[in-house]
Design a protein around this ligand. Structure first.
Ligand code: NDP
Length: 318
């Protein structure tokens, strides 16, 4: 069928990729869209020839670019140089190959931790380059910010529609539940299940007071579908629930205890780093486009994620 979109999703074996697949399943696949979900098994995007071979095979008209070296606070702290170099290479290969293969639209994925550490709140899309990121993840953040620089360059020099979205902390099925490498919420879920099984206290790393906005991977998947079809600005779009949905790590741990059915002690290990205290973002730009978009209630999303973990305990990444 002419005008059919051939959509390549890089990095789709992870948390966000599964959110997009779940959103397509929920909505039903459209006849004018053909989806290709790939991971590092299909191509090493750090390698130029491998990236080109993938594009030659799929011939995408649209790319959702998720592939990245991703990790939580503790993995970033130890590997800032790797996060910068690997992500810069992957992004440059994907964007330049998309240009070469005449891809109509590329949507890359930045993160709210890429914003400046010292900033006004709430943070909006215009503030991305207004100061250094937090020291703990400067490598990942500068690599991600350079996507926005490239998007602007490809637009100004070649008229390309390469854009980006900036979700808050994502959680959901298929997350990385490794305690050292993963993000805060999957780490808490894993420790709550372990504490319930072992009868040991449920430990929050750090003081538990930092505040975060979380987005459920299924909601993010639904938003990605909209961005792919409708969003036509080169500048980034923050994807987030309202700023007053922000909660502390301690409050999240309480909801997780409830979902897991853990009734023992919850204690803090204050020898562990807290990271950035908060990263409150504004969703004003998103709401101008999508005033009626409904996010899954946080408590329900946590429960669904914990239930998924319990049902898949033998095969989750941990
Ligand atoms: P995951 O770690 O779950 O998945 C990473 C994906 O990237 C996997 O599919 C992996 O493939 C692929 N990948 C890694 N290196 C390469 C490579 N060299 N070549 C090809 N593919 C590679 O990540 P998430 O789903 O959590 O994140 C997806 C995107 O969303 C990332 O760009 C991330 O920066 C962004 N993001 C994530 C947030 C979060 O809270 N998780 C928040 C904001 C943004 P394989 O499985 O084969 O290794």
């Amino acid at each position: 069928m002419s005008g059919k979109k051939i959509i390549l999703v890089t990095g789709s074996s992870g948390l966000v990729g599964h959110g997009i697949r779940a959103a397509i399943e929920q909505e039903g696949q459209r006849e004018d869209e053909e989806w290709h979900f790939v991971s590092s098994k299909d191509a090493d995007l750090q390698d130029r020839a491998s990236t080109e071979a993938l594009f030659e095979k799929i011939k995408p008209t649209h790319v959702i670019h998720l592939a990245a070296l991703v990790g939580g606070l503790f993995r970033n702290l130890d590997h800032n140089l790797d996060f910068f170099r690997i992500n810069t290479q992957i992004n440059d290969n994907v964007l330049s190959t998309s240009h070469r293969y005449d891809v109509k639209k590329v949507i890359s994925c930045l993160s709210t931790c890429n914003f400046p550490n010292e900033t006004k709140y709430p943070i909006n899309e215009t503030m991305l380059h207004c100061g250094p990121p937090h020291e703990t993840n400067f490598g990942y953040s500068y690599a991600k910010r350079m996507i926005d620089v490239q998007n602007k360059g490809y637009h100004m020099q070649h008229g390309r529609m390469f854009t980006s979205v900036i979700p808050t902390s994502v959680f959901g099925p298929h997350d990385n539940f490794n305690l050292h490498d993963g993000h805060v919420l999957p780490g808490l879920i894993r420790r709550a299940f372990d504490s319930k099984a072992d009868g040991t206290p449920f430990v929050i790393w750090g003081t538990g007071s930092p505040r975060r906005q979380f987005i459920y991977s299924l909601d993010l998947g639904r938003l990605f579908l909209w961005v792919m079809r409708e969003y036509n600005e080169v500048t980034p779009l923050i994807l987030s629930a309202e700023a007053d949905h922000e909660i502390s790590i301690k409050e999240a741990a309480e909801l997780i205890s409830e979902a897991v059915g853990y009734h023992g002690a919850v204690i803090q290990d204050t020898s562990k780093s807290d990271g950035q205290f908060k990263k409150t973002v504004s969703n004003d730009k998103m709401r101008k486009y999508l005033p009626d978009f409904k996010f899954t209630p946080f408590k329900q999303a946590i429960k669904e994620t914990c239930d998924w973990y319990a049902a898949n305990a033998d095969k989750v990444r941990k």
